[in-house]
Design a protein around this ligand. Structure first.
Ligand SMILES: Nc1ncnc2c1ncn2[C@@H]1O[C@H](COP(=O)(O)OP(=O)(O)OP(=O)(O)O)[C@@H](O)[C@H]1O
Ligand SMILES: [Mg+2]
Length: 463
C-alpha cells in the first residue's frame, strides 16, 4: 500500500544550513509537511508545538548532539520515528544510535532519490506501527478478555462473585443498565470457566429480527423455507462445549422463548425444518437491562424460562454507584485510545472532578466515548475540562460567600445563589434533579433562577 505523504510531518535537524536547504529542495515538490531545525534545542521547541511523525537527526552537532536529542525524543515523544544521519563509514555511531532507539540511519552523502525512499520507508514503518496498535486494541476488546477495571468495594465484590460462579455450569442472569459492562462480565465468567478454551458466542437478541431469530439460533435444514439453500448449524450448536451469551434476552419473542426453554431443559436442539434433535453441551449466560421479574408479572416474559435463566443473578452496578472507579476507568480508556498522533497521557484534576460530578446515564460506555472524544478533540497531552462535552463540564462548586457586613437579606440571598448553582452543577444542569437536590419544587427553583438572574451559560441547560 502506498503511503500518502500529505499525512506526514517530518522534522530535519542538522547544524549545516547547506544540508538543510538541500533537504528542503528535495522535498519541495513532495506533499510532506516539513520542519527544519539547526540544533537540538530548536528541534525540541518545534516538537513541543507541532505534531511530528518522523525525524531525521544529524549525529554530530555542536551543543546538544544527535544521540542526546534522539534519547530526549524517545522519552518525550515515543511515537515519533527517529532516524540518524551519520558520516560515511561511521558504523560505530550508527550502532550506538540504533541501540538508543533510532529506527534506521542514513549515511552522508546521499542522493535525493535515496533520501526520498528512506523517508517514505520511515513513514511506512510509522503507519504499520499505528495499524498494529489499533489492531491489537480491537482484537483485545473483541475477542480477548479485557479484565474489569475498578477497585471499589462493589467492583471487588463483583469480581469475587465472577471468580466463584465462573467454574460452575450454572446459568446466570446478568442484570444491569445499558453500558455498565454486562458483556464484559459475561466474558469474564466464561474466562473463569473450564470452557474458556472453547467459544464464547454472543447473540444480540435485540438486533436479530424475529423472523430469522429461530433459524439463527437453532439452525435450519436445507429447504426448510424459501431461500434456505443449505443447512446451517445455528448459533447454539456453534457454542458447543463453550458459552452461549444471550444479550438483551428480554427481547426474544414468546415462541423463541419456548424453544429456548426446551433447549436448556433437554440439552438438545431441533433445527428449523427438522424432526431430529441434536444433543448440545453449552452453558447459557443471559443479560438484560430490563427488570425481567417485572416483565414476567406483565406477561411479556415466560416465567418458567425466567427461573431457568435466573438460577443466579449478577447485578452490574451503574457507574454513578462506583464513582471512586471513574479515575482508573478513565485512565484505562486513555491508554487504550491514545495513539502517537494524539498522545494524550493524563487527565487534569479539574476534568476528573467534572467526570466525578456527572451522573453517567450511559454508564461506562458513555465514559469510554467521552474519553475517546476528548482525545480526538484535545490539543495538548492532557485532557482539560473544555475537551469534555458541555453537559459534563460544569463550573466548579462555589463556596458560600462571607456574610460579614451584609444585611441578613443579602447574605441569605448569596447563600441561596451558591446553593442553586452548586445543585445545577451537580445535576449536570438538569433543573428537575437540581430541584430534587435542593428539596424544593421545580417551579420554585425556576422562580429563584429568574429572581437572581442566574445566567443561561451558568445553567448549561440540557434539552
Ligand atoms: N469494569 C470495566 N472495566 C473496563 N472497561 C469496561 C468495564 N465495564 C465496561 N467496560 C467497557 O465499556 C463498554 C461497554 O461494556 P459492555 O458492552 O460490556 O456493556 P453492556 O452492559 O453490555 O452495554 P449494553 O447494555 O449497551 O449492551 C465496553 O467497551 C467495555 O469494554
Ligand atoms: Mg451489551
Amino acid at each position: 500500500m502506498e503511503t500518502d505523504p500529505s499525512r506526514f510531518s517530518l522534522l530535519f535537524v542538522d547544524d549545516d544550513p547547506q544540508v538543510l536547504s538541500l533537504l528542503e529542495d528535495v522535498f519541495a515538490k513532495k506533499d510532506y509537511h516539513i520542519r527544519t531545525a539547526q540544533d537540538g534545542q530548536d528541534a525540541l521547541t518545534i516538537l513541543a508545538e507541532t505534531r511530528i511523525d518522523a525525524a531525521l537527526v544529524d549525529l554530530r552537532m555542536p551543543g546538544m548532539d544527535g544521540l542526546t536529542l534522539l534519547k530526549e525524543i524517545r522519552t518525550r515523544y515515543p511515537g515519533i520515528m527517529v532516524s540518524i544521519l551519520t558520516g560515511y563509514g561511521n558504523v560505530e555511531d550508527a550502532v550506538k544510535a540504533i541501540k538508543s532507539g533510532a529506527v534506521d540511519f542514513l549515511e552522508k552523502p546521499f542522493s535525493p532519490v535515496r533520501l526520498c525512499a528512506f523517508m517514505a520507508n520511515l513513514c511506512r514503518i510509522w503507519e504499520l506501527n499505528e495499524e498494529n496498535k489499533t489492531l491489537r486494541a480491537n482484537v483485545e476488546s473483541r475477542f480477548g478478555f479485557d479484565p474489569l477495571v475498578g477497585k471499589s468495594t462493589i467492583m471487588l465484590e463483583l469480581k469475587e462473585m465472577i471468580a466463584q460462579v465462573g467454574p460452575s455450569r450454572s446459568t446466570i442472569l446478568i442484570q444491569g443498565e445499558t453500558g455498565t459492562g454486562k458483556e464484559l462480565v459475561a466474558r469474564a465468567i466464561h474466562a473463569h470457566s473450564p470452557r474458556a478454551r472453547n467459544s464464547f458466542v454472543p447473540v444480540d437478541c435485540a438486533a436479530i429480527s424475529e423472523t430469522v431469530m429461530e433459524s439463527e439460533l437453532f439452525g435450519h435444514t436445507k429447504g426448510a423455507f424459501t431461500g434456505a439453500h443449505i443447512s446451517t448449524l445455528g448459533l447454539i450448536r456453534s457454542a458447543e462445549k463453550g458459552t452461549l451469551f444471550l444479550d438483551e434476552v428480554g427481547e426474544l419473542s414468546s415462541s423463541t422463548q419456548a424453544k429456548l426453554l426446551r433447549t436448556i431443559q433437554e440439552k438438545e436442539v431441533r433445527p428449523v425444518g427438522s424432526s431430529q434433535n441434536h444433543p448440545v453441551d453449552i452453558r447459557v449466560l443471559a443479560a438484560t437491562n430490563r427488570d425481567l421479574g417485572t416483565e414476567v408479572v406483565r406477561g411479556f416474559f415466560r416465567e418458567d424460562l425466567y427461573y431457568r435463566l435466573n438460577v443466579l443473578t449478577i447485578h452490574v452496578p451503574p457507574l454513578r454507584d462506583i464513582k471512586e472507579d471513574i479515575s482508573s476507568l478513565a485512565t484505562h480508556f486513555l491508554k487504550r485510545f491514545s495513539t502517537s498522533r494524539s498522545p494524550v497521557k493524563e487527565i487534569s484534576e479539574e476534568s476528573l472532578l467534572c467526570l466525578e460530578r456527572y451522573d453517567w446515564p450511559g454508564n461506562i460506555r458513555e465514559l469510554e466515548n467521552v474519553i475517546r472524544r476528548a482525545i480526538a478533540l484535545g490539543k495538548g497531552n492532557r485532557i482539560l475540562p473544555e475537551d469534555l462535552p458541555e453537559n459534563i463540564y460544569t463550573p466548579p462548586f462555589l463556596k458560600p460567600p462571607e456574610s460579614i457586613g451584609l444585611s441578613l437579606e443579602s447574605s441569605l440571598a448569596s447563600y441561596e445563589i451558591a446553593a442553586i448553582k452548586n445543585a445545577l452543577a451537580q445535576s449536570g444542569s438538569n433543573r428537575k434533579k437540581a430541584a430534587r437536590i435542593l428539596k424544593i419544587g421545580e417551579a420554585t427553583l425556576y422562580r429563584k433562577i429568574r429572581k437572581y438572574g442566574i445566567k443561561n451559560y451558568e445553567l448549561r441547560v440540557k434539552n
